[in-house]
Design a protein around this ligand. Structure first.
Ligand code: ADP
Length: 315
């Protein structure tokens, strides 16, 4: 951690400003006050206890007063945590409502543009076609972002319960490779799949796992910098199936690696290679895998490539 980050974390006033809470409701500030109070109270109790040893009522009264003050402080701390939790819930609900509301106008927009581009409502000039194509591309980019936001808000509000079934990860991966064929070809990318024989089925939510594999495959193609090879491997051990996807793309700079699963994070070199992206894909992938009680990780070297992996349970 950099010195400035450590300083930021120790600076209680700036932390409280960040949460937009008054000082007396800020958990960090209250924690500091409580710490100081506990030390002072311990010393005072010791001093009073030794001086008034013959008069235990005074000692008991002091202890009662200290307990009451500690009780009040912990009550305020609990309340401020409640406020933070409520603010977080409202934020998730807000994102969910906004993404729902944005979805239908965006879909209507896409349909209208598709109709115009099809030429069914009149011939359009070449120059107009160019602008309509830009409109369609940007519209679908917004649709993707909105759908990612919706997935995140559903996951965070735990509204969507997984529908677990037995399914073949190998079949799912093959289908997605076939679906990505045209996209991969446009980047001049070859995709290889290597699987162990007789892989058992896995137990999980197939549509969520599909989202994970699709995201990882999409990233591997996007960040490959024109032309390359993607190797996907499936293997098994006692309890789970191990999925890995290796690319020889731009890789992830070492200093960015700790942020890679954070919401909205996009590394500088990736943004240079690929302007499109929400920075939500990997956050969603990790959350899905961890909800299954499994693990996801990666190793990467800038300029050489990345390998992302995850495990899923066999039932
Ligand atoms: P997005 O791809 O929309 O930016 P993701 O959450 O899928 O969002 O990925 C977050 C960031 O992780 C990317 O912006 C990029 O910096 C990095 N990243 C993910 N996959 C790869 C990859 N295969 N190669 C290099 N960088 C990657």
């Amino acid at each position: 951690m950099k010195f400035s980050e450590t300083y930021q974390q120790l600076n209680i006033f700036s932390q409280c400003r960040k949460y937009e809470l008054p000082l007396w409701q800020c958990p960090q500030f209250l924690f500091l006050i409580m710490g100081i109070f506990i030390i002072a109270a311990t010393l005072t109790t010791y001093a009073i206890g030794t001086r008034y040893i013959a008069n235990p009522q005074i000692v008991i009264l002091v202890i009662l007063a200290i307990t009451a003050i500690l009780f009040i402080i912990s009550f305020i701390i609990t309340q401020s945590f409640e406020r933070l939790a409520e603010a977080n819930r409202m934020k998730t609900e807000f994102i969910s409502i906004i993404s729902h509301q944005l979805r239908s106008p965006l879909t209507n927009l896409r349909w209208a543009i598709d109709l115009l581009l099809s030429g069914e409502v009149g011939k359009i000039e070449e120059k107009q076609m160019e602008f309509f194509t830009i409109l369609r591309e940007n519209g679908s980019r917004m649709e993707e972002l909105v759908s990612d936001l919706l997935i995140v808000s559903r996951m965070e509000s735990e509204k969507q319960l997984p529908k677990k079934t037995l399914f073949s990860l190998e079949e799912l991966t093959k289908n997605l490779i076939a679906k990505a064929y045209a996209f991969a070809k446009s980047y001049n990318v070859e995709i290889k799949l290597m699987t162990e024989n007789n892989l058992p089925k896995i137990f999980g939510d197939a549509s969520q796992v599909e989202l994970v594999v699709e995201n990882l495959l999409d990233n591997a193609i996007k960040y490959i910098k024109k032309g390359g090879v993607i190797e996907i491997g499936l293997s098994k051990n006692d309890k789970n199936i191990h999925f890995k996807i290796k690319d020889n793309g731009v890789g992830i700079p070492r200093e960015d690696q700790k942020y890679i699963f954070q919401k909205f994070f996009r590394s500088e070199n990736a943004r240079r290679t690929q302007t499109q992206g929400s920075g939500l894909g990997l956050y969603i992938c990790k959350a899905i895998i961890e909800k299954n009680g499994e693990k996801m990780g990666f190793k990467s070297e800038e300029g050489k490539g990345s390998t992302f992996w995850f495990t899923l349970p066999i039932k």
